[in-house]
Structure formats: C-alpha cells, structure tokens
Design a protein around this ligand. Structure first.
Ligand SMILES: [Zn+2]
Length: 198
C-alpha cells in the first residue's frame, strides 16, 4: 500500500493490538477509507468513549462505567464469595456461564518473578483489605492453570490463610497450560462447581 503519513500512523497503531499484523492493519485502514457511512468517525467516537468513560472498578478491578461496577453494587449478588481472576476479561467469561453469583476480584496478572512481577504488582493488598471487612466466607481462586497461575494460587492460599476463611481453587476441568479465554462454557461451569479447598 502506498501510504500517506496518516494512513501509516493508523496502521502502526492498529498493529499494536493483539492478533493484528501489518497486512491486517493495512486492510482495516483501507476498509475505513472506503466506507461511505462515516465508519472512521463512529469508530473514533467509540474509541474516545472507551478512553474517557470506561475505567476499572475501585472494589473489584473489573471494567466499568460506574463506580462501583454493577456486580459490586448489586444486592442480588452474594458478597460472601469472591472469585479471584487474573484479568477483567475473565469476569465477562465467567458471567457468560451464569453459574456464579458471588463477586469478583481482579489481580491484574499473575506472579512472574522472571518478568519482575511480584505480589506488590498485583491487587493482593486490596483483596486482603476486602477480606478484613469480615463479610467474606470463601475465596475461589480462578487464575489460569498455567505455571504462573498455579504459583499465584499457592501464594494466595498462603497469604490469605491468616484471614481464616475457606480458600478454594477451580477444578482441573480447565486444561493445564491454557487460558480461561479458550475454555468452553461447560468446562468453565464444571471447574467452578468442582472447586476444591486449598
Ligand atoms: Zn466491581
């Protein structure tokens, strides 16, 4: 593609997204240029809104436009059970199964000493503070069954033990080494139902 500065810049920005290579980026830019119904403008509006309106919930760390998020604010959710996940996206995946009625807590990743990610880089302190309020009776650790995810689950089990509450881990229905993102809903439901204490 013969690129103007603007076209090149947009293609470069798109390539920073996961799963988008140079060719796809150029194809997307071309589609936007070709569209006659202002697709570029509505996309730019949606992106501005995303930047300005969407934030992370102060309690659970999930994606929200309100503070707190709808799940944390809901009186129909069970505040006594907290499901700990790695990323905000994991909340959406678990919500889609419709089986979990507690609340969530996003860690923001997993422990990864080689990448310099220690406990202080994750939202563990905030989780302990939530537990200190005394309302929670169970924490379900739903980190991915990867090496880092398992190590994080073990670390959490140790760190939370003094709080004296039940700590469980999602069952092994989730294939080892995989991300929750790639697991089908039935497996995800089974993994929550079959959780075991750690
Ligand atoms: Zn929340």
């Amino acid at each position: 593609m013969e690129s103007s500065g603007t076209v090149k810049k947009l293609a470069e920005e798109l390539q920073k997204l996961p799963g988008i290579g140079r060719k796809t980026a150029e194809r997307l830019v071309f589609a936007l240029l070709k569209s006659k119904n202002g697709m570029a403008l509505s996309l730019s509006k949606a992106l501005t809104d995303l930047y300005e309106k969407v934030k992370l919930c102060g309690i659970c760390g999930g994606i929200t436009e309100t503070e707190p998020c709808a799940i944390c604010a809901s009186t129909r959710r069970d505040p006594e059970i907290i499901c700990v996940v790695e990323q905000p996206l994991d909340i959406a995946l678990l919500e889609r199964t419709g089986t979990f009625n507690g609340t969530y807590h996003v860690l923001g990743g997993t422990l990864s000493p080689l990448d310099g990610i220690g406990p202080e880089s994750l939202r563990i302190e905030q989780l302990i503070n939530r537990l200190k309020e005394g309302k929670v009776r169970e924490v379900i650790v739903a980190t991915n069954p990867t090496t880092d995810g398992e190590a994080t689950a073990l670390y959490l089990a140790k760190a939370l033990r003094p709080c004296g509450i039940k700590i469980s881990r999602i069952a092994r229905g989730v294939p080892v080494g995989s991300d929750l993102e790639y697991v089908d809903e039935i497996t995800l439901i089974k993994s929550i139902e079959g959780r075991r204490e750690i």
